[in-house]
Design a binder for this molecule. Structure first.
Ligand SMILES: *[C@@H]1O[C@H](CO)[C@@H](O)[C@H](O)[C@H]1NC(C)=O
Ligand SMILES: *[C@@H]1O[C@H](CO)[C@@H](O)[C@H](O)[C@H]1NC(C)=O
Ligand SMILES: *[C@@H]1O[C@H](CO)[C@@H](O)[C@H](O)[C@H]1NC(C)=O
Ligand SMILES: *[C@@H]1O[C@H](CO)[C@@H](O)[C@H](O)[C@H]1NC(C)=O
Ligand SMILES: *[C@@H]1O[C@H](CO)[C@@H](O)[C@H](O)[C@H]1NC(C)=O
Ligand SMILES: CC(=O)N[C@H]1CO[C@H](CO)[C@@H](O)[C@@H]1O
Length: 524
């Protein structure tokens, strides 16, 4: 499988947008899918893609360049009053210039979030880049993938991993890339119109970048942007119940009860049934099961879970066995989740391979900054009541040691949570997505927010369509239960980008109108 993909890939390298599930905003909390994705092949003719699907995304097919980023922004360093730290690390980034109307087109900065970044996903972003004649550029988040300042990810070494640091990196990167383009086109001092994009945690970064560096971007798209840090995030589980609907929810709750009971009577048998006997800690096992159920709704495949479980309930088939089949076939088999990644012993490994470091790294961000502890609500929960605050705090202490604690109060104080006081940020959320309660769902004049409502609209449906795993070329919305709902919000997003880019240009950015008084928009 792998060697076949390499052959196909190498020829295409020069011209591509990649579709690599691992590069997607994978969803907070969830492991980067390693299988089941499609990848976009090279451009046969300008603007025309061939598509080649492969079930292997281990081979980096991307235009990769690195540059040096000064690591001089540590609040810790400031706090202890030392002078600038001159250590540097390489930050990987990707660029895609096929649609760029050089040299005056806008620059779309696509923020790669909490995963190893394997390319720029060919989502609806590509469609927008084409509409606007934009260059797309995407830097990897510090510490993830190949952009780690340290080889060993000890807790001590992780102290420079935070959203704040990531935002500084983006600001420095913007400067670096602008200068690179200026040198390329011999336009010293020119300043392009920039627009930032991101989904999920990167969606929050996108909003926060505009908030903290309004002079560096014309606006921001925060796709399912989780700008509110939540300590006990019970709404996550509640949304799972709502998205499942009464019948499926009841069957899932019954399954949870049965599993809890079987764990008490003979723990190994039930773990074995799920192919998860390596998980010594019951909490880790239950968390795997809870995530497996969540993923169906988060990524727009509710039927993959609800159809068999509801049917099993009706026809008297064993619920636990039916759920176990879903977990093994779908969550692990198709979606590519890894059982090991739920194991706290595995999370303690300070030298994981770069492609798998995201599990430990994201937990660090959870445990030190943003929490979103997906605890079971006090009553009526879908997940096991054993997944509580204690479980999360124990994990943080066990994996990172004493003293790593998420100060969500400070995080929300710093960014404003849902009361973020920025401007020109557009929020979009999917109605079935358990993450939407950590996003800004109420619209305001400067911060429009849209809810995309359909029965399989989940995380980042505006960019990725439905379902989101496996990913679809250009975020195809045709398999959303209401494509119109998605397309309508997309049109609104494009209108905001159009307006804000034109306002930016009026304020002296060097771009000129490309095809008319405003940035010209193709029809839908
Ligand atoms: C860049 O611009 C300068 C000044 O206009 C000119 O002398 C030089 O030839 C240009 N170089 C390139 C590579 O176009
Ligand atoms: C979170 O839940 C735990 C357990 O119910 C409770 O003790 C704690 O006060 C809650 N914390 C917050 C900030 O709500
Ligand atoms: C009952 O439902 C399960 C789950 O969908 C299915 O696998 C099984 O074949 C069904 N059994 C019968 C007898 O219909
Ligand atoms: C669950 O809690 C809500 C309020 O928090 C309450 O109204 C409801 O009766 C409770 N349900 C059960 C089954 O205890
Ligand atoms: C839509 O669903 C059909 C039927 O399941 C499938 O063949 C097709 O590949 C899907 N297309 C997209 C873009 O998801
Ligand atoms: C802007 C928007 O669509 N807001 C809605 C988001 O969802 C919440 C709750 O589901 C609604 O109350 C908002 O009106």
């Amino acid at each position: 499988m792998a060697s076949r993909a390499v052959g196909a890939a190498v020829a295409a390298v020069a011209v591509l947008l990649l579709l690599a599930p691992g590069a997607e905003p994978i969803g907070l909390w969830l492991p980067p899918p390693t299988g089941g994705g499609g990848r976009l092949g090279g451009a046969a003719a300008p603007g025309r893609f061939h598509v080649s699907f492969t079930f292997d995304n281990a081979i980096p097919m991307f235009m990769s360049r690195t540059h040096n980023v000064h690591e001089t922004f540590g609040p810790h360093k400031k706090a202890i009053g030392t002078s600038a730290d001159h250590r540097q690390f390489n930050q990987r980034y990707y660029e895609f210039l096929d649609y760029y109307r050089a040299p005056k087109g806008p620059i779309f900065l696509y923020i790669c979030g909490e995963s190893s970044c394997n390319g720029i996903p060919n989502s609806y972003l590509a469609v927008m880049a084409k509409k606007f004649g934009a260059a797309v550029v995407s830097p990897e988040h510090r510490y993830y993938g190949k952009s780690s300042p340290f080889e060993s990810l000890t807790t001590e070494n992780l102290r420079f991993l935070s959203s704040k640091q990531a935002l500084f990196d983006l600001a420095v990167f913007r400067q670096y890339y602008q200068e690179t383009l200026n040198a390329k086109y011999n336009r010293s001092g020119a300043d392009s119109s920039w627009f930032v994009f991101g989904g999920s945690y990167a969606g929050a970064l996108s909003a926060w970048f505009r908030l903290k560096f309004p002079h560096l971007t014309c606006g921001s798209l925060a796709s399912s942007g989780v700008v509110l840090s939540v300590y006990n995030y019970t709404d996550f589980d509640k949304q799972i119940g709502e998205s499942a609907g009464p019948e499926c929810k009841a069957a899932l709750q019954e399954t949870t009860k049965l599993v809890d009971g079987q764990l008490q009577s003979g723990r190994n048998a039930v773990k074995q049934l799920f192919g998860a006997s390596t998980l010594a800690n019951d909490g880790d096992f239950l968390f795997l099961l809870a995530d497996a159920a969540a993923i169906a709704f988060q990524y727009g495949n509710p039927d993959a879970l609800c159809s068999p479980i509801v049917e099993a309930k009706k026809n008297g088939t064993d619920l636990v066995e039916t759920f176990a089949r879903y977990v093994k076939d779908y969550y692990i088999g198709t979606f590519g989740a890894s059982v090991a990644s739920y194991d706290q012993e595995y999370l303690k490994n300070t030298t994981p391979p770069p492609a798998e470091s995201a599990y430990r790294l994201w937990w660090y961000q959870v445990c030190s900054e943003v929490a979103y502890f997906q605890v079971a609500p006090k009553n009526d929960s879908v997940r096991s009541a054993k997944i509580d605050t204690r479980y999360h705090l124990d994990l943080c202490r066990n994996v990172f040691g004493e003293g790593v604690y998420p100060d969500v109060f400070m995080t929300n104080l710093y960014y404003g949570g849902t009361r973020i006081a920025g401007s020109k940020i557009v929020f979009a959320n999917g109605s079935q997505d358990p993450w939407r309660h950590a996003s800004k769902q109420k619209s305001s004049k400067e911060l429009p927010s849209y809810l995309i409502e359909c029965s399989n609209c989940g995380h980042c449906s505006d960019l990725s369509g439905c379902p989101q795993a496996p990913s679809h070329i250009e975020g195809d919305s045709s398999n959303c239960s209401s494509p119109e709902a998605v397309n309508k919000v997309r049109k609104q997003i494009v209108d905001h980008i159009d307006l804000w880019l034109s306002e930016c240009q009026e304020q002296g950015h060097d771009n000129e109108p490309l095809l008319g008084s405003r940035w010209s928009i193709a029809t839908y």
